[in-house]
Design a protein. Structure first.
Length: 687
């Protein structure tokens, strides 16, 4: 056999030959990425040249389809490799991946600019936009998005403006990447190592066992606590060691402001200014104006109205909640931030005799998975079957085939549950393949993934979750349903490719089930005895649903205010980040602000994610989700006809129409804030 015939082929260059053409994680090597990126760029450029040199008059099919669709004779190689690489950069990275990202990011940004600033390509798009024939609503949406995408990327600028835009966008993309890498390194750099058992006072067994397992994994004696949420949160909630709580709190809230290579203060300032410059170059007063042009809110005024209305509605209740905390803490002074979770827990125990640890034994991860999948089955008739032949990128990850109610294949679903060294904090949904209808008319089904940082199993116990973690799972699963039910022609309009202040509706809608007795009854059984979650505990869960709800609302509003403060800047931003932050969100802050802590440098959503000038979206969508769930509460929380309407009118439509049009088709009217106020106990329920 000669050398040529045995040469290994880059797995991105050929059919994957895996179940449902799932990504072959087991065959991909680090060196495959750069080769595939460069070949993908070459193929993109080849297709663009073919399009702009087409002697035929520009049409929707020979221009817009060619830009949006999989390229003629090829799968979209650049999209294929980018999806895998950047998803793993968040979920399973290492120093070599980080270095490659630093190398490839400017190349990829330059290529994206080359496409969007290609004058001949834009001329064809502009011609079709002005002279198109009859189009379906989805085709018209794609055309409008395509044209608008070119304009918003600088296609109407002169050469000097285009050159300037290239420089700004390339720098901004590199800084966003650096921001994320710094935050991950800082988060993983800190540990609290305890060797004295007396310092574990107050901590539940689950937290102690997890810390012992972490210590063992690090070849240390005793117990190790980290800044990952399943470790950090129980420590802040239960530890009686106030000085250690302070140490943990300060470690968490001073990430990326230390005098080291991971400091994000100047990076944030530069990102804010770059985005302002980009927006103003494109003819907008501020970056927020640029962003909100394509949002349900529409303008800055509408965002501030929502945030201020919420402050007016919730602040009186939040002040009462704060006073209750002071009472149980037996202080008239402002509580220190590291005391808030500790005394909130004690207050909840006093008022409702309820504690997250009481519920953990009933929320074994495997049972929660059954419950969440069972909920999807009750609502939509879909089923999940684990398939171990589908490759995964880490042993923690489970891969499932999803089947529709008629038994047909619907999607691949990956679930990645636990924190680890190379994984960002938080929780998110992503996808490895979007849904679309290919040139042969085949409906290419999506491969979606939810990535979380839930409590790990220990040698003594399986993974036992808190109710909050169950809610997180439901939230991300709601996003995944949006992806799995996608049923549109064009991938760029399918699934979660919707306006940003609509994307949280399906996820937040699912959170409502976490406190519904009939749902909890389906899966919440004690992991040792098999006994169901007692009615009395369910009653307390429901009763405590709105515990500290006003405080939680103001916290989200404060983040929205901070976001808007940065991105409504009209002039160069020169303020020091830390004092600016304290002032920007002051209206929504009731607690003590420490001068040497900072949220901005960790605020991935608005610095490295897609939420810049859009963090208000969570509260905007909460109005929608409360209103939507009120329909289910009226007709039955498992009502399949209502669920089918939600699927048909919202979940399957992606971004093919204006989101308010889709919502009104499901609901029959626009939402009001009333359902949210009633759900949170701010406004009295009427019989």
């Amino acid at each position: 056999m000669n050398e040529q015939s045995t040469k290994r082929i880059n797995p991105f260059f050929e059919p994957y030959n895996t179940p449902h053409d799932a990504a072959p994680f087991d065959r991909i090597r680090l060196e495959d990425y750069e080769e595939a990126f460069m070949e993908g760029i070459r193929r993109d450029n080849e297709q663009i040249e073919k399009t702009i040199n087409n002697p035929e008059k520009p049409t929707f099919n020979n221009t817009i389809i060619n830009i949006d669709d999989d390229t003629e004779g090829y799968y979209d190689l650049l999209d294929r490799v980018s999806t895998v690489f950047f998803n793993l950069l968040s979920a399973e990275t290492n120093d070599e991946m980080d270095a490659l990202a630093q190398k490839m990011q400017p190349i990829l940004t330059q290529h994206a600019n080359d496409v969007r600033l290609n004058e001949k390509l834009f001329e064809r798009v502009k011609y079709v936009h002005r002279h198109h024939g009859k189009l379906t609503p989805e085709e018209k949406m794609l055309l409008d998005n395509c044209y608008d995408g070119f304009v918003r990327s600088g296609a109407l600028l002169d050469k000097e403006g285009k050159d300037k835009l290239r420089q700004l966008t390339e720098e901004a993309s590199m800084l966003s990447l650096q921001f994320s890498q710094n935050l991950l390194k800082e988060n993983k750099a800190y540990t609290l190592h305890i060797t004295d058992a007396a310092q574990l006072d107050g901590l539940p067994d689950t937290a102690i066992e997890a810390a012992a397992a972490e210590a063992k994994a690090q070849d240390k004696e005793g117990w190790v606590f980290t800044l990952d949420f399943p470790s950090y949160s129980p420590f802040m909630t239960y530890s009686t060691q106030r000085e250690l709580r302070k140490e943990m709190y300060m470690a968490k809230n001073t990430e990326c402001i230390h005098d080291n290579d991971c400091n994000n203060l100047e990076i944030c300032k530069r990102i804010i200014n770059l985005r302002r410059e980009i927006a103003q170059l494109l003819g907008f007063k501020t970056y927020a104006d640029y962003v909100l042009k394509n949002r349900m809110a529409g303008n800055v005024r509408s965002v501030y109205k929502l945030l201020n209305d919420l402050i007016d509605a919730y602040k009186p209740a939040a002040k009462k909640e704060r006073e209750e905390l002071k009472t149980i803490a037996k202080t008239s002074d402002a509580l220190e931030p590291w005391d808030v979770s500790f005394y909130s827990h004690r207050l909840k125990l006093k008022k409702y005799n309820l504690d997250a640890e009481m519920l953990r034994p009933y929320f074994q991860l495997e049972k929660v998975i059954d419950g969440v999948f069972g909920l999807a089955n009750k609502l939509y008739g879909i089923t999940f079957k684990e398939n171990k032949d589908i490759p995964v990128y880490h042993p923690d990850v489970k891969a499932y085939e999803v089947f529709d109610k008629d038994g047909s294949y619907l999607a691949v679903f990956y679930a990645d549950f636990h924190p680890r060294k190379g994984k960002q904090g938080g929780a998110w949904m992503t996808q490895y393949q979007g849904q679309f209808i290919d040139k042969k008319g085949e409906n290419v089904r999506p491969h979606v993934s939810v990535v979380m940082n839930l409590t790990k199993p220990t040698p003594e116990k399986p993974a036992l979750l808190t109710l909050g973690e169950v809610e997180t799972f439901l939230h991300e699963f709601g996003h995944s349903l949006h992806g799995m039910f996608a049923n549109t022609r064009f991938e760029s309009l399918s699934g979660t490719n919707v306006w940003w202040d609509f994307v949280e509706l399906p996820s937040q809608f699912m959170e409502n089930y976490s406190v519904e007795k009939d749902f909890l009854r389906t899966f919440a059984f004690h992991y040792q005895t098999g006994e169901p979650l007692p009615d009395e505990l369910i009653r307390r869960i429901v009763k405590s649903r709105n515990f500290m709800a006003a405080t939680a609302c103001l916290r989200q509003v404060s983040f929205g205010l901070l976001d808007m403060a940065y991105y409504t800047q009209k002039d160069e931003f020169t303020d020091d980040i830390i004092p600016f932050e304290k002032k920007a969100w002051k209206k929504a802050i009731l607690g003590k602000q420490l001068p040497d802590t900072c949220m901005t440098v960790q605020f991935s959503h608005i610095m490295a994610g897609g939420y810049a000038a859009g963090y208000y979206s969570y509260k905007w969508a909460e109005v929608l989700d409360a209103d939507a769930f009120s329909v289910f509460k009226k007709r039955g929380i498992f009502d399949q006809a209502t669920a089918q309407s939600f699927r048909d009118n919202v979940l399957s439509k992606g971004g093919t129409e204006n989101p308010m049009t889709l919502y009104k088709r499901f609901r029959g009217s626009e939402p009001t804030i009333d359902a949210l106020l009633k759900r949170n106990g701010i406004k009295r329920q009427t019989k």
